[in-house]
Design a protein. Structure first.
Lengths: 293, 479
């Protein structure tokens, strides 16, 4: 009986067939090359060693650890430590020198700018944007308007202690009253003040605005912090109301909202989160964005 | 299909070639070429060229670390890599030109493969004797003496190969310093790696593979075959004069009887001296590197037997055909449309490169506009754009560039962390032969800008040399 085991040779090629036949076409027996198979077996054996040496099998609540104790997390930690060691010499230089001296030394300056740029992307960009452009409620760091001062030292203090940060006793703090919510001013009075602020900044006022009324309300309620002319006071973080930059918008509606409910933006105290050298580098970087005084 | 054909090996194993020593005109040219080429290769790195205190004083230096290439008075920056493209175009066309005039003179006289193979053959002959002795030794018993000779030969080969690799790395660093470092074992790791690689390739290519490189690895023989024509000089066996070949005795007898006989006496000297082991009497062929050594060998024999020389000679196909047909010889025309066109292209490319080099700017400026934010409104209502400005100083002295901006009325430029100015223009100092990146703030007063985007130009002017460069960009505003 002709079975699969019977060896049949193909007349044309001289090779054996597998015994399979379709419409008279027979399949030649073409085994995998020996060298290929051997390499394949070798990889299987290799994988056994791999299972033993490295983390491999998932278990119910974890995975087999492997006898080498390898972990990619530990590997990253080693590399991070190495980077820290490598940078420590430069960091020491930055730590020693005054902010102004860093600015004056081109080598330290470029080092601080590079470190600052990286730290800014990691820590500041979520609110201020990658280029420091800010958005409503988050100041643009490229312009020359600073709520708490734009000198190197003032920026450094703001970065270290934050603004209205609950965990830092030296934090920048000030509180504008919520004139509407707390019942200090009536609705129409707030509208008068809002229009007055627009006029101070050289903007148009709406019908019904009375300069005398608005001016008096402003002098009584706002001038203590913002100044008689509305030029602001950096000691108190009181913004200049006369310039072209507003943090929360300058339409009448925006201003009414601000006066009625007050705004109190917050920034973390970075001294608690970052090392002093990084905060220094950030100071230099932010100062260099363009608005630094 | 026959299965016998399948079983034939695809690779014909190489027959070992034992080139015989020969003397003569072309051999002397080859010696001269060998000395000049190797002399340049081994000693050029030590040649000094004063470029002032701020630049290296090595005449030819590929400074990979600082990304500069120095060639005598020329200094090339990475962005000027197109000079190398030009050099490659010229190299290819000069090869074509040489080929159209006198065949493969590159292969026969100047190619590193030929030059080093020649050098290695000298060593081989010194230790193992000339052709006959070498064949005899290889066929005979390998006794201690044969072994000693072989080992000595390979040792000297390896030494030459090592020196070749050593000379190579000298082109990439200050040569005297690197030699000292290599001698004391303090050279960079890469230097040792490259010496090892070049030692290996030199030893293998010039010692072991030799003509195999030309026959199997090099594309030029194939390309050359397509480029040659009937007017190019090629090493040619003048069969019209040589055939029918016969022995010297027979030829003398025939001539005495008033009959004609070919000049070729079938002495096989042309085959014996051939570095690629071919028989030139079979005509022009791919393996022939046209070194002319067979001409020397044949001329020596012809002189001895009192027949005119030049039975093998540099000749054109046209001539051979003309003589075979009994027509007068044609004049060799090195100047003809083909060579003129090659020469013209070489001249155009070379001229363009020279013009580029002569008028090369030694300063440069490039801008990156801040994208985030594109613009910022300042407290007084003016609008500011920030740029990253890179200033390039290709001169060996420090330079001071004053920056100005134009394009919008009242537009001003300032540079952060720069205090020096000239006529209210910010001045940026750039160290010798380097670039400097600064942050520039360009500001337009309130109310001037009436469009979202206006083209502007930022100029950098060398305060002392007067060179001026400009970069174009746009100023963006709220519109």
């Amino acid at each position: 009986m002709a079975g699969h085991n019977t060896e049949e040779r193909d007349a044309l090629t001289g090779r054996t067939t597998t015994g399979h036949e379709w419409d008279g076409i027979k399949e030649l027996n073409t085994p995998l090359p020996r060298w290929w198979l051997n390499i394949f077996y070798a990889t299987i054996i290799w994988s056994i060693g791999y299972f033993i040496a490295y983390p491999a099998w998932p278990t119910i609540s974890g995975y087999t650890q492997g006898v080498l104790g390898y972990s990619s997390r530990a590997e990253v930690q080693v590399e991070l430590d190495a980077l820290k060691t490598k940078r420590s010499a430069q960091a020491a230089d930055l730590a020693k020198v005054e902010l102004a001296a860093i600015k004056a030394d081109p080598k330290l300056l470029s080092l601080a700018l590079a470190q600052g740029r990286a730290a800014f992307g990691d820590n500041c960009a979520p609110c201020h944007g990658l280029g420091g452009a800010g958005s409503k409620g988050y100041p643009n760091l490229n312009d020359d308007e600073w709520l708490w001062g734009g000198s190197l030292e003032e920026i450094h203090t703001t970065l270290k202690h934050g603004i209205r940060s609950s965990n830092d006793s030296d934090t920048r703090v000030s509180a504008m009253p919520a004139f509407g919510r707390d019942g200090l001013l009536k609705k129409e009075e707030i509208r008068q003040v809002a229009n007055h602020v627009r006029v101070l900044a050289g903007q148009a006022s709406e019908a019904g605005y009375d300069k005398a009324v608005g001016g008096k309300l402003f002098a009584d309620n706002c001038a203590a912090c913002h100044g008689d002319a509305g030029k602001g006071n950096k000691e108190l973080g009181a913004p200049n109301l006369t310039d072209a930059i507003t943090l929360y918008g300058n339409t009448v509606e925006d201003l009414v909202e601000t006066i009625a409910n007050s705004r109190a933006g917050m920034m973390p105290a970075w001294a608690h989160r970052l090392d002093p050298v990084t905060v220094k580098a950030l100071t230099i970087y932010v100062h260099n964005l363009g608005g630094g005084k | 299909m026959s299965s016998d054909l399948d079983d034939l090996p695809l690779y014909a194993s190489a027959k070992k070639v034992y080139p015989q020593a020969v003397s003569g005109f072309y051999r002397r040219i080859k010696w001269a070429a060998l000395f000049i080429c190797l002399g340049i290769y081994y000693f050029l790195p030590f040649l000094r060229w004063d470029r002032g205190p701020n630049l290296p004083n090595q005449a030819v230096l590929v400074d990979l670390v600082n990304r500069r290439f120095y060639f005598f008075p020329i200094e090339v920056w990475p962005q000027e890599v197109y000079y190398f493209t030009g050099l490659l175009v010229i190299a290819a066309l000069v090869l074509f030109l040489m080929n159209a005039i006198a065949g493969r003179i590159w292969c026969g006289y100047l190619c590193p493969q030929t030059v080093w193979s020649d050098l290695f053959l000298v060593v081989e002959r010194f230790f193992e004797g000339d052709r006959r002795e070498r064949i005899k030794r290889d066929e005979g018993v390998w006794n201690i003496e044969v072994w000693a000779r072989k080992i000595a030969k390979h040792a000297v080969w390896l030494f030459i190969a090592w020196w070749t690799g050593g000379a190579w790395v000298l082109y990439f660093a200050d040569a005297p310093t690197l030699v000292r470092e290599l001698a004391t074992g303090t050279a960079p790791f890469a230097a040792y790696v490259w010496i090892a690689i070049l030692t290996f390739t030199t030893y293998t290519l010039a010692g072991i593979m030799r003509e195999q490189v030309c026959n199997y690895m090099c594309p030029w023989p194939r390309i050359q075959a397509a480029l040659t024509d009937e007017e190019a000089l090629n090493v040619t066996y003048r069969y019209d004069r040589g055939e029918p070949r016969t022995s010297l005795k027979e030829a003398t007898k025939l001539r005495a009887a008033g009959q004609s006989a070919g000049d070729c006496v079938d002495c096989n000297q042309c085959v014996a001296v051939c570095p690629t082991g071919i028989d030139i009497r079979h005509g022009s062929q791919l393996e022939c590197i046209q070194c002319g050594l067979c001409i020397d060998a044949c001329d020596n024999v012809m002189t001895k037997i009192g027949r005119p020389t030049s039975l093998i000679a540099y000749d054109t196909d046209n001539n051979v055909k003309a003589r075979a047909a009994g027509e007068p010889e044609k004049v060799w025309r090195p100047i003809r449309p083909r060579t003129l066109i090659y020469f013209a292209v070489v001249a155009v490319v070379g001229g363009a490169m020279l013009y580029q080099l002569a008028t090369r700017a030694t300063a440069g400026i490039s801008l990156i506009h801040d994208r985030n934010p594109l613009f910022v409104t300042l407290a007084d209502g003016s609008v500011r754009n920030a740029f990253t400005v890179r200033l390039i100083n290709k001169r060996p002295d420090a330079r001071h560039f004053a920056l100005t901006v134009e394009g919008v009325p009242g537009i001003v430029i300032e540079v952060t962390n720069i205090t020096s100015t000239a006529d209210w223009r910010p001045v940026v100092a750039v160290e010798p032969d380097t670039t400097r990146e600064v942050r520039a703030l360009v500001t337009v007063p309130k109310g001037v800008l009436d469009q979202k985007s206006v083209p502007i130009r930022i100029h950098a002017a060398d305060l002392f040399a007067g060179e001026r460069v400009v970069a174009k960009d746009h100023f963006f505003g709220p519109g």
